[in-house]
Structure formats: structure tokens, C-alpha cells
Design a protein around this ligand. Sequence first.
Ligand SMILES: C[S@@+](CC[C@H](N)C(=O)[O-])C[C@H]1O[C@@H](n2cnc3c(N)ncnc32)[C@H](O)[C@@H]1O
Length: 442
Amino acid sequence: MKTSLVVLGIGMILAVVESPCADSVSTSAAAARPPIPYVASRNDAVQDMLWMANVGKDAIIYDLGSGDGRIVIAAIRDFGARQAFGIEIDPNRIRESRDNAQKAGVADRVEFIQGDLFTTDFRQASVVALFLGHEPNIRIRPKMFKILRPGTRIISHQFAMGEWPADKEQTVRSIHLGMWGIAVGPFTHNPRVPDYRGNERYFGTSGANDKILMWVVPAPVAGVWRGKIDTAQGPKDFRLVLHQRLSESTVGGTFQISDQNDLTGWIVADVWGDHLRYWCNPDKMPYGQDQMWFDGNVKEDAMKGTLTAKEGGQIQERGCEAQRDKADFTGTWEWPSLTSDSHSVRLRIEQRDGHPVATYIDGDKELPVPDFYDFGGGFYFTMLIGRKEHSLVLSADTGWLIGDGVLEDGAIKGRIEFHPSIVPDGKKASVYQDWTPRLTEQ
Ligand SMILES: C[S@@+](CC[C@H](N)C(=O)[O-])C[C@H]1O[C@@H](n2cnc3c(N)ncnc32)[C@H](O)[C@@H]1O
């Protein structure tokens, strides 16, 4: 845990606990990243984590950075998990964990893997436990989206996931009597960017502390979906466009039902694992008439469920199926820079090992975009731009660029945002724009 002493007035010394790993993902080079130190979760916090993740006999749990093995051991001993694994880089901790598992009588049901959590495979997990820090949480999240099944629970002691809001969050107690931590940064207060630390602030000993947060990995649902709905007038074609962004707790989009009077409108959807629920809000109907809502599941490119419609005061439930258009975002996409009027910037998307990989191109500078998410028929990315090397340069052009796009009939359509790090003249505010980048190279 990174702890430093701050003297506040005579005799008042407070230990400032920033995080086990306080540096931002954006401010440090891989080589310069501070190591994630060993700090054990309190045993009662371990119980809270396993309880919130609903660990039971079917759970396969991985603790990434497993320390002395306490989460792994408790998952088997106290919650009857099917299997539990720890991934830990420090060989001494691995030895200690194996001894602890022996003493707890669970040695034959746990496994401790000595390795790097960023490169070791944990795709079979149904629950992933973390007590790492803000930066490692952000760094590991694209890998989690790439390898974990929808519905996998991610449980984190204390640290959030930037702009990705937790599905559940609980403050379990105040910790570390006498300690007072702060998390300060140019983006600390902006909940739309990965550097957001607002949910990790410590407000002193009387303020509650020691958080447990949980996310359920959502199915990738972005894209253009087409299907048929049964209605009293016979089957009708419908089309949905869904945009998925980590910063939003709901998925947004539009729908269109085709017949002689096209019905169009917007959608708000909740995704919980592969369970999708959305509400259709027609553009032209008076509120309360002809409402429709869908409840079902998404399995890869197929959506299946029930569409409930209120037609003339009657509730009708009908089967509804849709298929997602195949989407290939490969190519170089260009758009006018949000930070300067005079030039364009590009995003190059290539396929590597079956996954899209993105590079941001500004003039002769090419920067990898590790925080990139393939959401099926669309994608989402974040990146900090306008910095020198790996230091955070506080200029008006330094900020988070965040975009989402859905491939609609060969063109990317979505929204792009720029969140500047500072407001130099009091006028510089976040920019939100519709995004229709132009394909320059396939
Ligand atoms: C804050 S401790 C958490 C220990 C345990 N999960 C708990 O909650 O009690 C973080 C652990 O991650 C380990 N660690 C740090 N970097 C790692 C890496 N790259 N791969 C695997 N383990 C790592 C550290 O050695 C340390 O034991």
C-alpha cells in the first residue's frame, strides 16, 4: 500500500493511503509502473466480497494477486466454491498460501499459480476477485472483457473501474483508524473518464470506508439487430441499433418497426450478463400508448425473448427474435480532431489473433489504444491524448478521448467525447459530438 505521512498542523500526522497502486494508468509507462504491493484484505472484508459475489457450489473463483491465499481458501472453506485459484507473482506468497491451504484442510481443492495476472489465463472463472488498485483495475479490464463469459462476476475490494459504474457497491466499514487518504488528479471528479476517482475518496476516519464493488460482465450487445415481431396484423420487420458504452449503466439505441406507418423511437436497455431488457419509447406516440418492452437473452449474434406490447389497452406477449448484422470495423477511420480545427486524426483497427486491435494516429504519432472493447456490432475505446511521453502534461489539449461506434451499413456511427484535463480560461468544457468517421483505408 502506498502510504506517505502528511503533517497537518502541530502534532497532527495523518497517513495518506492513496491505493495499493496510486499512479494513474495514463501517467506511467509500463516500465515505470510501481509494483502492486502486498496488503492483505481483512478477513471480514473477504467474507463480504465472497458474499456479494454470491459464491456457492458452482463458483470457479480466481483471485488475481492472491497474497497469502485468504480469498481462495475462504471461497472453498466457507462458501463451498467448486474450484478456487490464486494467481500471484511473489513466490514467497505462493509458499505461504500453500501452507495456509494445508492448515485449512483445503489443499486438494485450491491451486496457486505463480505468474503475472496480466498474462496468465483465467478465462474459466465465474468469479474474479481483485484487491489491486485503480490503475491495475483499469489495465486489466479490457482483458476481462476479451476472455470472460458474460455473467462472470468481478468483485473488487476498495478500488473501482474508472468510468465503468459498479452494479453493486457497498461500504462495509471505516478502516485504518487514524488514516485519511485522498485521491487527487486532473480528472478525479469526472465520472465519464477512466481516471475518475470520486468513488474512491476517503473522507476521514468518521467517513465510511472499505468498499466492496461488484460488476457483472455484460454480453456484447452493440450493433444493428434485425428480426420479426408477431403482431395482431401479422409479422412485422423490426430493426434495433444498440450503442454500448462502459460509462453508462444502460445501453442506448433506436428501434424501427416497418409497415405502412413506420414506428420509430429510442430504446433504453439494461444488460445483466446475457440478460437483456429494453423499453421502446416511440417518437410520435402519446405517452402511455402502444408501449413495448422486451425481456430476453443475447447469445453471440442471436437475441431471443418476449416482446410485451400494450395495444389498445390490452397487454400482448409475443415471441421476438433478432439476428445481429456481421460487423468488421477493420480499416483506418478519420475525423476532424476535437482539440484543433486544423487537422484530422485517425483510428486504425486491425485484426490480430481474432481480436480487433486499435491504434490512434495523430500526424506522425501512432499510439496503441489498449483500452478498446469489441462489443459485437460496435466498439468502445478510451485513451488519454495530448501528453508528452508518459507524463501528464496539463495543457488544454490533454484529455480523455472516448468513443463508441456501431457499424451501420458499412459506416461507423456513434459518439465521441473529449474531456480536457484542465479548464485554463474557465471556458474549456467537455465536448460531446456525433461521430461518423470516414473510412480512408480498408
Ligand atoms: C493488495 S495485495 C492483495 C492480496 C489478496 N488478494 C488479498 O486481498 O488479501 C496484491 C497482491 O498482488 C500481487 N501482485 C502484484 N503484482 C502482480 C502481478 N503482476 N501478477 C500477480 N500478482 C501480483 C502482490 O504480490 C500482492 O500479493
